[in-house]
Design a protein around this ligand. Sequence first.
Ligand code: ATP
Length: 198
Amino acid sequence: MKKVIGLTGGIACGKTTVSNILRKLGAVIIDADKLSREVVSKGSPTLNEIVFEFGASFLLENGELNRKKLAQLVFSNSEALKKLNQIIHPIIGQKIKNEIKWNKENTNYHVIIVDAALLIESNLIKLVDELWVVTASEAIQIKRLNERDGLSESEARLRISNQMTLEKKKKFANKIIDNSASLERLSEIVESLWKEYK
Ligand code: ATP
């Protein structure tokens, strides 16, 4: 029986890091962030819709989406975030559904991971058999956002406060992966969860 596990959590808590560990252990990963970049590729219908909604100033000179500018807008404006999500979530949901189906029918992977920051918010829980939520303390989220993306403390706090709280996400979780400690500790936690599925 193939199992579909949703992997979600707060910003910069470590979803990608957990996915990478699971990939090495033998899972296949469906990466919602990668899909979200693909659906807004140059000339795509979804990018056209975004331009229609937000304006051509969100395009780079080469016709690609100015992701940085759009991120700046939506992370500080919840109305704009809602509009963007209404455009891209349905198509990403459909793509994830297709990839799950394809992997079930065409590959030998027993564990299919759906790595999606907004899995709960975009109503995709129904696509997975269970949900793992990656957490870290807010201080650690801020530190990692600063080190990885160069965000100031106030920018990081704004992004965190624009998301569903971790406390709320944890209520949906079948497993909680606390990634507040070292990478070594994280590997141990993920490996022991993986063993439960072997
Ligand atoms: P996002 O929400 O932006 O998609 P994410 O949840 O996928 O982020 P990662 O990119 O995996 O988070 O991790 C955030 C940053 O923190 C990365 O730079 C990563 O290398 C680092 N990191 C993750 N886990 C640890 C850890 N246990 N110790 C130190 N650094 C870590």
